[in-house]
Write a protein that binds this ligand. Structure first.
Ligand code: NAD
Length: 270
């Protein structure tokens, strides 16, 4: 099946349990990460947006994930219920993957200054940033023996990228939240990191005006002149989730084929 990833198998996650959020379909970054964690022996629960059961259940079955539960991260009661399902099914956990973002389509095109509304800005911050803080607090309560929390970000947090607009500001907030959470949770043995992935062909990218241009330019401007691979992103997640990452926290790890290191485009010699 085309949506199967051939992730390296092993036992790096054997005996570890955790939660993966943000699986919407087989292209979701969360599904790539979950595929790698499963191939290394992790036991998982999926938390997904309500209404996605029909798509998520087969993906969970494919990886042997026994628990899936709906949650809209803007709904406190739904968050209480979802984390209770996690606690009841897994007990203590070792890892948590936050792979959730949202902004209204109108905020993801044209002029940042002209098109950003109060309602749209707050919604993007709520779903894409506050939910991470909320998840980190709830996940940490299930990690008495330490653990690892990872979220997903993009270079638009650090640089002004056309059309990324409100989401870039949200990602900057998410990266700062990663550092603050790492500082808070470090003494409890809980590491918190962000993976800054290059543009990848997912539902979220399709919501951004000129998303295909982000892919093409990301490839053309990358040091390696290639797309960011799901395997590369999932491999970084495995490093951070497993004991291999034991001394890394508060970090933004770029997995973008070297897109973030580049200055001028190659043909900009004038
Ligand atoms: P995706 O659309 O597959 O994943 C986004 C997920 O967010 C979906 O599963 C969706 O259901 C979930 N979601 C949205 N609103 C929610 C809510 N209110 N409650 C619960 N869940 C909600 O796309 P993706 O590209 O896999 O995105 C995953 C993460 O990776 C996002 O944080 C995204 O910003 C980030 N990211 C994506 C790219 C890219 O190019 N695709 C690059 C870097 C970072």
């Amino acid at each position: 099946m085309a949506d199967d990833y051939d992730m390296p198998k092993g036992e790096l996650m054997k005996g570890k349990k955790g939660v993966v959020t943000g699986v919407a379909n087989h292209q979701s970054i969360a599904f790539g990460i979950a595929s790698q964690l499963a191939a290394q022996g992790a036991e998982m629960a999926f938390l997904h947006l309500p209404g996605m059961e029909r798509r998520v259940q087969p993906l969970a079955d494919q990886l042997g994930v026994k628990t899936i539960a709906p949650v809209d991260v803007t709904d406190d009661a739904a968050m209480d219920t979802a984390f209770k399902v996690v606690a009841d099914s897994l007990g203590e956990i070792d890892f948590f993957v936050h792979s959730i973002a949202f902004a209204n389509k109108d905020e993801l095109k044209g002029s940042f200054v002209e098109n950003t509304t109060r309602e749209g800005f707050l919604r993007a911050m709520d779903i894409s940033v506050f939910s991470f803080v909320d998840c980190a607090r709830r996940a940490a309560a299930l990690m008495p023996n330490g653990g690892s929390i990872v979220c997903m970000t993009y270079l638009g947090a650090e640089r002004a990228i056309p059309n990324y607009n409100t989401m870039g500001v949200a990602k900057a907030g998410l990266e700062a939240a990663t550092r603050y959470a790492a500082r808070d949770l470090g003494p409890k043995g809980i590491r918190v990191n962000a993976i800054s992935a290059g543009a990848m062909r997912t539902l979220s990218l399709a919501g951004i005006s000129g998303g295909r241009g982000m892919l093409a330019q990301g490839r053309a401007m990358s040091a390696m002149k290639e797309d960011t691979s799901m395997e590369g992103v999932a491999g970084a997640a495995l490093w951070l989730m497993s004991d291999l990452g034991r001394s890394t926290t508060g970090e933004v790890v770029h997995v973008d084929a070297g897109f973030h290191i580049m200055g001028l485009a190659d043909d900009a010699e004038g």
